[in-house]
Every structure is written in structure tokens, then in C-alpha cells.
Design a protein around this ligand. Structure first.
Ligand code: CTP
Ligand code: ZN
Length: 166
């Protein structure tokens, strides 16, 4: 093989390695195609001052079609954070990695209720006044995820949900 051909093979190999395994941290896998940025937002990984390396892969081929993946190195997500993901990416799985091995795999299930994690978009809602009221939404539809405020009954879905993460 000529040097040129060898270089081409090497380039091809590099391209096939799409996203490197991590040593320790969290892998959010099977995110519905196009939702990776919303996952970053709902987890506050964009503006928060964190040390972790965050990598995002979009449009990755999988047996179930295309998917997105988010990897956060050195950080293990708490259950409360995993709950948030299910509201915008209900098919995602959350893998906790230690020493290169997946030690825990959570299949995020859509909760019946979302308590204290979203802000109602009705400014006059009692949950938006200076009252000791914790916001609460009931999940009234799964596809697309639709939530209804327990206090004022205002509904929200799609973008509104990710925009109103507390
Ligand atoms: N992963 C990683 N770093 C590791 C181990 C795993 O980034 N050290 C990633 C894998 O690339 C995959 C996800 O974590 O995206 C889950 O890993 P694993 O459970 O080994 O993969 P699958 O068995 O394919 O998972 P599933 O059945 O959930 O599709
Ligand atoms: Zn409300």
C-alpha cells in the first residue's frame, strides 16, 4: 500500500471513532434526535461554571434510527436531575460510568407529576407570587409531553417546557 493510501485508511479509521468512552461520569444515551441541546439546557450544563468535559454527539446511528448522546465527565447525575431529563427526552437512558464500566443504567420514565422543577408560564399563577407555593404540574399527555399546572390549569408542551426549567 502506498503512503497515500495508508493515510486515507488512517483518516477513515479516525472518522469511525465518533465519540470516545469516558473513564468516569454520566452518559445520557438514546436521546431523541435533535434534543441534545435541550438536555444540556435542562441540566444547566451550558451556563453553569463546571469543570467537567461535556461532549455532545448528534445524529448518531443506532439500531432504532438516529439518536443524540451527551457525556458529562466526572459528574454523576442525581435522581432529581434524571427526572428532569424525562420531561424533554423520555426515551433517554442515563448510564453512570466508573472506571470505564457502566455501573448503573436508569431508563428515565416520565413521572406523573413534576414538582418544583418548572415555572408556570402564567405570570398571575399563585406559584409565581411571593407565596410559599411549590410549582406542580400533572403530566396529561405523553406524546408530545404536555403538562398542566395544578394551580391555574395552564398547559405547556414542547419548547415551553425546556424554557421554563427552574
Ligand atoms: N459509554 C461511554 N464510556 C464508557 C462506557 C460506556 O461513553 N466507559 C457509553 C456507550 O458508548 C453507550 C452508553 O455509554 O453510549 C451505554 O453503554 P453500554 O451500556 O455499554 O451500551 P449498550 O449496551 O449499547 O447500552 P443500551 O443497551 O442502553 O443501548
Ligand atoms: Zn400555574
Amino acid at each position: 500500500m502506498s503512503e497515500d493510501q495508508e493515510k486515507k485508511m488512517e483518516d477513515k479509521k479516525q472518522k469511525e471513532i465518533k465519540i470516545t468512552p469516558i473513564k468516569q461520569g454520566t452518559v445520557i444515551d438514546h436521546i431523541r434526535k435533535g434534543r441534545a441541546m435541550k438536555v444540556l439546557k435542562i441540566l444547566d450544563l451550558i451556563d453553569r461554571d463546571i469543570e467537567s468535559i461535556v461532549s455532545v454527539a448528534m445524529n448518531v446511528n443506532s439500531s432504532m434510527g438516529k439518536k443524540d448522546i451527551v457525556k458529562v465527565e466526572g459528574m454523576e447525575l442525581k435522581n432529581e436531575e434524571i427526572d428532569k431529563i424525562s420531561l424533554i427526552a423520555p426515551e433517554a437512558t442515563v448510564n453512570i460510568v466508573r472506571d470505564f464500566e457502566v455501573v448503573k443504567k436508569h431508563r428515565v420514565g416520565l413521572p406523573d407529576k413534576a414538582r418544583g422543577i418548572l415555572k408556570c408560564r402564567n405570570q398571575n399563577c399563585i406559584s409565581n407570587q411571593d407565596e410559599p407555593v411549590i410549582s406542580e404540574f400533572e403530566v396529561v399527555a405523553k406524546d408530545p409531553v404536555t403538562l398542566r399546572c395544578e394551580y391555574c390549569e395552564r398547559k405547556m408542551k414542547g419548547e415551553e417546557i425546556s424554557e421554563n426549567v427552574i
